[in-house]
Design a binder for this molecule. Structure first.
Ligand code: ADP
Ligand code: ZN
Ligand code: ZN
Length: 679
């Protein structure tokens, strides 16, 4: 092809996003053999890059390129096996690239299923068509509160609107989601339903599929096989799947007819990606809804304080509409009574109070189930020598090795290091080495000794390592094959155990005064959630919380099921301290074999003179992280804070370029996290 007059061959340029850590796109020449037009933007392309072939995404067909002819390589092929990625998906990736300061190509490619971003994809298999369920399930009559919530959302009309659905556990939030999805499907739209945990997807998937058997529901999470994930993703993109149910990465699923987003358990920290691009799927979802002009519903019994402030802050106009479900949906089902057991007043037996033992005994006599909740797995958090004071340190981390008696190992919960339990003290040879403190395995042992006739079942990440084991445990519980459950937060979330009427909580106090100022927020959510497991329908539930601080305001609000009071008190503290949501933060972290190198990098970053042009941005001193050594790397961090999100973003945009140019030892790694959750 040649330009009409110039006589010179006119280059046709393809601009391509590649999965490389560079803040730029790449131009290629389109060979004469390829027919490419604007309709191909959003398709995957094969291109040469360095010495190898790479898969990229065609993002533009610009009129020209700054590259001289000699440097312009031809692209190899345009793949037309999928519909092009839609324009709003591009904008979503661009937003994330800008907001989280991650290269656009990395953002785009990392959200694609692995099978679709490989140069050599696995051979496609014909999807197995599962038989469509026939019974669509009949929905219950809505409660007045559910009706009101749905009416409010409907009133908001078309276009963007954000709603915070605050409903106690069992109040029928899921039913509200289902009705919203129903409306969306009737109007020909697609719905995206995000959940925090893979473990929660099977039962929800069943419930949604039973209600909408013809909607082509697909799930997207990391436990699917690569091929299945690619297939599901593809049916979202080509519009055959009308409902997508997924964990955080699913927020990036391209959906041409997307008309509704729901984020269930919106407060859950699992929505935060902790490596690569550290995004919050909830925040991305809100952006996506606004960008697309569609409603979004964030649901929770214990909303994040960010969302709560967005819905209730009296001083700024509420950005989210607040919808409240106060009562449990099933008639007669009441919220459990929550009581504090003051552990200062009695001598505990192996960490357990008389009230909890008595409560369990009562349940055993009635054929009901009890749950003892302790968010610490293993037998004991540390093994110690009574003679010389040796304690079981992880050789690779600034952390202790946890004693796991079930398989007689010492194990690091941070890096995975493990070794057999020593018979004698490694330092002095003393034979009297003792476990210190208690984990789920020890509590399991204590309960089995105390109630020899009862079936005690431990549910934590050690007993439920695989999906299969987890499902087997759930089945055992549901089938009445367990009398006493000992569990971590794995059991706290979302599951309905109709025979469970007692929850005993151990070891909660440690989060009250933790250095991490978000710890109380997480503790409250966790305790509400685990309390929600107790009592359904006709069997009322009872929750007993062991504490040395019964008068603490967190527990006081908890026993009244009073999330708003707790949130108000926390927000007050945060406002006074200038913490989020009343400030915006970013964290620069560096890790290196030597702490001095990590700190030196951060100090250089902090000394950037350009900060003078950003009076609203505050840089704190670099400090070692709380877990200062992880897997033989020393870690340090530098907190950046601003009262304005925009000011922070402007600063980060400039600073990020500076960070790239700071000289550092080759084994130093750094990353920038916007809106960090962990400190
Ligand atoms: P949440 O998501 O708030 O925990 P769910 O939607 O799971 O609550 O509802 C809790 C229980 O109440 C479920 O067993 C559900 O089937 C039932 N339920 C929900 N809405 C109604 C209703 N309007 N009438 C009767 N039962 C309901
Ligand atoms: Zn010793
Ligand atoms: Zn370790």
């Amino acid at each position: 092809m040649s330009a009409p007059n110039a006589g010179l061959p006119r280059r046709r340029i393809a601009r391509v996003a590649l999965d490389v850590p560079l803040y730029r796109l790449f131009d290629y020449e389109i060979p004469d053999s390829e027919e490419v037009d604007a309709g191909d933007i959003g398709r995957r392309v094969d291109v040469p890059f360095g010495t190898r072939a790479r898969l990229g995404i065609l993002v533009d067909l610009p009129a020209g390129s700054d590259l001289p002819d000699a440097q312009l390589k031809p692209l190899t092929a345009v793949r037309r096996d999928l519909p092009p990625l839609p324009a709003d998906w591009f904008r979503l990736c661009e937003f994330c690239s800008g907001y989280y300061h991650a290269p656009l190509g990395e953002v785009m490619l990392s959200t694609l299923p692995a099978a679709l971003r490989r140069v050599d994809p696995p051979k496609p298999r014909e999807p197995k068509r599962s038989a469509k369920p026939s019974p669509a399930q009949i929905p219950p009559t809505l409660t007045a509160e559910q009706e009101a919530a749905l009416a409010r959302i409907a009133e908001a009309g078309e276009g963007f609107s954000a709603h915070l659905l605050h409903g106690v556990t069992g109040s029928g939030k899921t039913e509200v989601y289902l009705r919203l999805i129903e409306r969306t499907l009737q109007a020909g739209g697609q719905a995206l339903l995000l959940v925090p945990e893979i473990n929660l997807t099977p039962q929800l998937e069943e419930r949604v599929a039973a209600r909408f058997p013809a909607a082509g529901l697909v799930s997207l999470h990391s436990e699917l096989t690569e091929a299945k994930r690619a297939r599901n993703w593809r049916s979202a993109l080509d519009g055959t799947a009308h409902i997508v149910l997924g964990t955080r990465l699913a927020v990036f699923t391209p959906m041409p007819d997307l008309a509704l987003i729901i984020v269930d358990e919106e407060h859950d920290p699992s929505f935060k990606q902790q490596d690569g691009m550290r995004y919050s799927a909830r925040d991305v979802a809100v952006f996506r809804a606004r960008e697309r002009g569609i409603p979004i519903v964030l649901g929770s019994a214990t909303p994040s304080l960010e969302s709560w402030a967005n819905a209730t802050d009296a001083r700024t106009p509420a950005r989210y509409a607040l919808l409240t479900l106060r009562e449990r949906a099933v008639s007669n089902a009441r919220l459990p009574t929550i009581q504090r057991i003051d552990t200062r007043l009695e001598k505990l037996q192996n960490g357990i109070s008389g009230a909890i033992f008595a409560g369990i005994e009562k349940r055993l006599a009635r054929g009901e189930q009890s749950l003892v909740f302790l968010n610490r797995r293993g037998y004991a958090p540390v093994l110690t020598c009574t003679a010389c004071g040796w304690i079981s340190h992880c050789p690779r981390c600034a952390a202790n090795l946890v004693l796991h008696l079930a398989d007689r190992r010492l194990r690091c919960h941070h890096c995975g290091y493990e070794r057999p339990v020593p018979k004698t003290c490694p330092t002095c040879g003393n034979q009297d080495i003792q476990p210190f403190g208690r984990g789920t395995q020890r509590i399991e042992e204590v309960l089995a000794e105390r109630f020899p006739a009862a079936r005690v079942l431990r549910v934590d990440r050690d007993s439920a390592r695989s999906r299969k084991q987890w499902e087997a445990l759930l089945e055992q519980i549901h089938g009445g094959g367990a009398d006493i459950l000992v569990g971590t937060q794995m059991l706290a979330k979302g599951h309905d155990f109709p025979k469970l009427t007692l929850v005993g909580v151990l070891g909660a106090d440690s989060a009250l005064f933790a250095a991490d100022w978000r710890a109380p927020e997480r503790l409250f959510a966790q305790l509400m959630q685990v309390s929600g497991r107790a009592g359904r329908a006709e069997l009322p539930g009872e929750v007993l919380i062991q504490t040395q601080f019964p008068e603490h305001p967190l527990y006081a609000a908890l026993v009244r099921h009073d999330y708003p009071a707790f949130a108000a008190q926390q927000l007050d503290e945060r406002r006074q301290a200038g913490f989020p949501p009343y400030a915006y933060q970013a964290m620069l972290r560096a890790e290196a074999p030597q702490m001095a190198d990590a700190l030196a990098y951060l100090k250089t970053a902090r000394a950037w003179p350009g900060i003078a042009n950003h009076p609203d941005t505050m840089l704190y001193d670099p400090v070692p992280m709380r877990l200062a050594r992880l897997a033989n790397l020393e870690r340090a961090q530098l907190l950046v804070e601003s009262p304005s999100r925009r000011a922070l973003q402007l600063f980060l945009g400039e600073w990020r370029e500076v960070l790239d140019t700071i000289k550092s030892p080759s084994r130093l790694r750094w990353h920038l996290e916007v809106d960090p959750l962990e400190f």
